[in-house]
Design a protein around this ligand. Structure first.
Ligand SMILES: NC(=O)c1ccc[n+]([C@@H]2O[C@H](COP(=O)([O-])OP(=O)(O)OC[C@H]3O[C@@H](n4cnc5c(N)ncnc54)[C@H](O)[C@@H]3O)[C@@H](O)[C@H]2O)c1
Length: 450
């Protein structure tokens, strides 16, 4: 395929070298004339392992040349990859000026290029990292400067880059996956065909997902580094080999290094996670260690519980039925279930609440009353609890009374609760805090927290 690549920095030059290795003809464009001149002489403007070999090969095979002319590049290619920089502004926002200016130039060049009905015209693929929402800005610029219509005369897609400098070539050919963001499957497939020599998982997704996956990935990588460093620092103070410990940690592929716990839903709870985190945090503090990441976990959890409360309050109805009060399915243990804090907050605001849980028997009702006070305290880490703690033992009710309330809240992941939701009426709302019934159809209005 004939591909133009805009921006010959780290991502652009590596993409140019690797795509030419896959047999494509590449025309690279940069506003920095010195980079263009260097590349045309076969000299690398950056250092990257094995890049020199690929660039020399591409030059020898006449598959790569560089230019400063956007018009030449657009007229001699069918698809353009944009790899210009998107540096941060002072306030942390992205500086999109290079992307905006390159789109303006490409649009002007597209004016001179004919488009044909019934075939895929020029495709512009954004490789640069940008936040969801930015694509429409670029689309407007392209349409205005070209006088053409996106989705008809040209197409816009995104294709985030996951390479790491230092191992960029290896990462390109051994990518974890290739993600193309496009509303148009044909466009997605055309972009995939460029990578047909790379055997990895390939996904066509909505453009916003393709843009956001880069942010989710990079923040997770940063989180992993910080987490390992905080755990390592605690270990060091305790005379434990942190590297050995984290090596062992990574041996658990079921809960630690796996997709488990990585699904947006409700806040964590239970008798272990909150307690053990609190102990780790206190011990780290006793060791005079600052562990802001570990300290922030329970705060983040509490913030998520508060989002649940705001969602319930936004319905402006005060009669609430709660289905499921145990902290997860298949147990009668209520300890640490964040719903307890929600119940207490709502009772303090004069909500009327009825609770049903198929796993709670009369036998453990007494237990619940006894431990409820402590549980609510623990959920807010015993900090700043201004509300009084209201006894909940008399809120337990039969299922029929619970189902008559205005809002039915599903708090845990017990899928057997679905049968109770089917016959609710249209005036009732279901708030599914875990989001387990997201794909189900109910007569009543269904909302999930995540
Ligand atoms: N560097 C990485 O490891 C990496 C990895 C993945 C994603 N990304 C993302 O890829 C994008 C590019 O990153 P980079 O590190 O390659 O940037 P870079 O700064 O190394 O290169 C950008 C290039 O774009 C050129 N340029 C600017 N305006 C132009 C224009 N109007 N026309 C043509 N060329 C123009 C610049 O002269 C420069 O050579 C960024 O959005 C970055 O976040 C980078």
């Amino acid at each position: 395929m004939r591909i133009s690549i805009f921006g010959l920095g780290y991502v652009g030059i590596v993409s140019a070298a690797c795509l030419s290795h896959l047999g494509h003809t590449i025309i690279g464009v940069d506003i920095a004339k010195y980079k263009v001149d260097l590349i045309n002489k076969g000299i690398l403007p950056i250092k990257e392992k094995n890049l020199d070999k690929l660039i020399s090969k591409a030059m020898r095979e006449k598959l790569l040349k560089a230019t400063t002319s956007t018009k030449d590049a657009i007229l001699s290619s069918d698809i353009s990859f944009i790899c210009v920089g998107t540096p941060p502004k002072r306030n942390g926002d992205l500086d999109l000026s290079a992307l905006e200016s390159v789109c303006g130039e490409i649009g002007s060049a597209l004016r001179a290029k004919g488009s044909k009905e019934g075939r895929l015209n020029h495709i512009i693929v954004i490789r640069s990292t940008m936040f969801p929402g930015s694509l429409s800005i670029l689309k407007n610029i392209l349409e205005k400067s070209s006088g053409k219509k996106e989705g008809l005369d040209f197409y816009l897609a995104t294709n985030p880059e996951f390479l790491r400098e230092g191992s960029a070539i290896k990462d390109f050919f051994k990518a974890p996956y290739i993600v193309v963001g496009s509303e148009n499957k044909e466009v997605g497939k055309k972009v995939f065909s460029i990578y047909s020599g790379i055997h990895t998982k390939k996904f066509i997704v909505k453009p916003e997902i393709a843009q956001m996956i880069k942010y989710a990935s990079n923040s997770f990588h940063a989180l992993k580094v910080t987490f390992a460093n905080e755990i390592g620092s605690v270990c060091k103070e305790l005379g434990i080999d942190g590297k050995k410990l984290m090596g062992l940690f990574c041996e658990d592929n079921q809960l630690n290094i796996s997709s488990y716990y990585l699904k947006p839903g409700f806040a964590y709870g239970g008798s272990c996670l909150p307690k053990d985190l609190a102990a780790l945090k206190n011990n780290a503090n006793n060791l005079k260690l600052n562990t802001p990441l570990l300290d922030s976990i329970s705060l983040s959890n509490l913030e998520h519980i508060k989002r649940g409360i705001s969602l319930i309050e936004s319905k402006k109805k005060k009669k609430i039925g709660i289905l499921g009060i145990t902290f997860k399915a298949d147990t009668d243990d209520i300890r640490g279930n964040p719903i307890l804090y929600i119940i207490n907050t709502l009772l303090n605001k004069d909500y009327k609440i009825k609770i049903f849980d198929p796993l709670i028997s009369d036998l453990n009702l007494k237990n619940i009353s006894n431990s409820y006070r402590k549980e609510v305290y623990d959920l807010v880490c015993r900090e700043n609890l201004k509300d009084k703690i209201v006894d909940i033992s008399n809120l337990f009710s039969d299922i029929d009374s619970v189902l008559k309330q205005d809002i039915i809240i599903v708090s845990n992941q017990d899928k057997s609760l679905k049968k109770y939701l089917i016959n609710l009426n249209e005036n009732q709302s279901i708030i599914d805090l875990q989001g387990i019934f997201i794909k189900e159809k109910f007569k009543s209005k269904y909302i999930s927290l995540n």
